[in-house]
Design a binder for this molecule. Structure first.
Ligand code: ADP
Ligand code: MG
Length: 228
């Protein structure tokens, strides 16, 4: 991971938000797996990748990417719930047209099944150093500001407390008869982010949002990492 960071900062001494490949490579070093994804640079790439990820009956997602893009949905760069080849083709054409000239490529992912949308991340505090954050995610993150933080490195007890700390925590434990979500998966994720934060002082910010939590596991569908 340190080597990856050094190479990245050598190429871009100012740092900044890393590209999706660098993000994924860094998280891989700590065993943090996103949902599978692939680059598409033309319609048929997109259709093939989407078929692969949709499986029998699922849907696919396309996300346009260019350097400097941070809030994808605000830019209309995210196309959800694409259920067949025609929907994928239309969505690809639309983003290729709309973002012509700046597009690096389009990310193709499986559409995660419903669950609780959470946020997990790392920020550097000027005084305390790295904090691991956890809370309610999705597009409501900023509005509701329901998150909690612990100083890295997190002990096992910190991790357990952090999972229970946001106001939304009762939703995770089985709200109104629903089964509890994969709390062990969430604890493992926070512990891994803590290790990453401890190892990499150049990690300015890591933002995993949403992490979609269900009883049968967690799906990390959006990740960004800023180095400085
Ligand atoms: P950004 O945060 O940059 O706007 P995201 O990749 O988080 O872009 O996508 C915006 C929203 O779309 C997410 O908060 C989530 O609700 C939904 N979404 C994105 N990717 C998926 C996916 N693979 N499966 C299900 N929902 C998704
Ligand atoms: Mg997001």
């Amino acid at each position: 991971a340190s080597r990856l960071v050094d190479e990245y900062l050598q190429a871009r001494p100012d740092g900044g938000w890393t590209d999706p490949d660098t993000c994924a490579a860094l998280l891989d070093c700590y065993g943090v797996a996103q949902v599978p994804w692939a680059w598409a640079h033309n319609e048929s790439d997109a259709v093939f990748a989407a078929r692969r990820f949709r499986g029998g009956q699922g849907a696919a997602v396309l996300k346009a990417y260019w350097p400097g893009l941070v809030h994808k949905s605000e830019e209309h760069a995210v196309r959800l719930d694409l259920r067949d080849d025609a929907a994928v083709t239309d969505a690809y054409r639309d983003v290729a047209e709309r973002f012509r000239g700046k597009l690096t490529g389009v990310l193709v992912q499986p559409m995660a099944r419903g669950g609780v949308e959470l946020f997990a991340g790392v920020v550097q505090d000027a005084v305390f150093g790295p904090l691991v954050m956890f809370g309610l995610g999705g597009t409501a993150t900023e509005v509701l500001a329901d998150h909690a933080a612990r100083l890295a490195p997190l002990t096992d007890q910190d991790v357990t407390e952090l999972v229970g700390a946001p106001r939304c925590a009762p939703l995770l434990l089985g709200h109104r008869g629903a089964a509890p979500v994969d709390l062990e998966g969430l604890r493992q994720l926070l512990a891994r982010l803590s290790r990453m934060a401890g190892d990499l002082p150049q990690l300015a910010e890591a933002d995993l949002n949403p992490v979609i939590a269900r009883p049968d596991g967690i799906d990390i569908v959006d990740v960004r990492v800023r180095l400085a």
